[in-house]
Design a protein. Structure first.
Length: 348
């Protein structure tokens, strides 16, 4: 006979199935609030179905994107401010889809933790639902993984997966040419890139997350958790109006790395850095770090979250459309012959 104890349960190993079920019930209303044309069922199945014909597509091409929030999560966890990182997660995915000319249709999330706290997880996922509502994307499912021993107490990680569609032949970039105008759409702050450096800068400053914000209202932690701006509605409105040739989502790599991704071989850009000012949060970070401009341009978004490449004859009309959809717009340069992106002036 074995002397090993009997009667072990999954809960004894640290996994609470009841908590997972409670979370699903808690988030069902949030997911239901994101329903849009094409969604065929709710949460709870082994998969989610979506009817592209019901969403209005005749000859669709699917486009998919995945991303995370990065170490911005560390600030959210340390401060307990969890309501906005879900918006970041959605934005990082759906903003990429729009750059392909696709309309985001549905979204799935992955939430992983060592010990599931239903209230905390629900707050995060309700933020994801808010991001989906703001981008007219349905939250159709996800995975909550409780993995004891994989994460420190209180820690969690997030990943997101977005699927969109376009009609065949409608993809971006398309038609980019010398003389096209670069319209910069203002960011809401740091967005979701560069936070390993952000945390290092704050550590060196001697300030805590609960310190009064040196460049605005509230606490420093609250300011740094301002969610990533969603450019879906404005980007699609401009695209459908005609004259939009490309969009570049300014994420990791900053202006230096991301604008060239939207330009075809043989074309570059001249950018006037005096056309806009750095947001206070980024200016504070730069000043604290003593950061050189070249490093800034390839690390942070510099106050520009998306760049629209537009035909010169449509630039004024598209600027108006962007502004009518809530964007602050800067005429930041032009497309030129050559492979390089060059900068004039200094960011202030």
């Amino acid at each position: 006979m074995s002397d090993r104890p009997n009667g072990l349960t999954y809960a004894d190993a640290g996994v609470d199935i009841d908590a997972g079920n409670a979370l699903v019930e808690r988030i069902k209303p949030a997911a239901a609030s994101t329903k849009r044309a094409g969604v065929m069922d709710g949460l709870g199945g082994f998969g989610a179905m979506f009817d592209l014909k019901a969403a209005g597509y005749k000859d669709p091409i699917l486009v998919a994107a995945t991303d995370g929030v990065g170490t911005k999560l560390r600030i959210a966890i340390d401060t307990g401010i969890l309501s906005t990182v879900g918006i970041d997660l959605v934005a990082m995915c759906v903003n990429d889809l729009v750059c392909q000319g696709a309309e985001p249709l549905f979204f799935l999330d992955y939430f992983a933790t060592g010990k599931l706290d239903v209230n905390e997880a629900a707050t995060v996922i309700e933020g994801i639902a808010e991001g989906c509502r703001l981008s007219n994307s349905a939250l159709v499912g996800g995975e909550t993984a409780e993995m004891p021993g994989m994460y420190a107490k209180g820690d969690f990680d997030l990943a997101g997966f977005a699927v969109g569609a376009m009609e065949r032949g409608a993809m971006l970039p398309a038609g980019v040419a010398e003389g096209d105008v670069l319209l910069g759409l203002a960011s809401s702050g740091v967005h979701s890139n560069g936070y390993s450096l952000v945390r290092k800068i704050v550590e060196n400053s001697g300030l805590g997350w609960d310190a009064p914000c040196p460049f605005g209202d509230g606490t420093l932690g609250e300011a740094l958790l301002t969610p990533t701006k969603l450019y879906v509605r404005s980007g699609l409105a401009a695209y459908r109006a005609g004259g939009l040739h490309a969009l570049a989502h300014i994420t990791g790599g900053g202006l230096t790395e991301n604008l060239p991704r939207a330009l075809p071989e043989g074309l570059g850009a001249d950018i006037d850095l005096t056309a806009w000012n750095l947001p206070p949060v980024i200016k504070w970070l730069v000043d604290q770090a003593g950061m050189a401009q070249a490093e800034l341009l390839k690390t942070f978004n510099c106050g520009i979250g998306m760049i629209a490449v537009v035909s010169p004859e449509r630039a004024d009309a598209l600027r108006t459309i962007f502004e009518e959809n809530g964007e602050t717009v800067f005429n930041m340069g032009t497309v030129v012959t050559g492979e390089n992106v060059t900068y004039a002036g200094t960011l202030v």
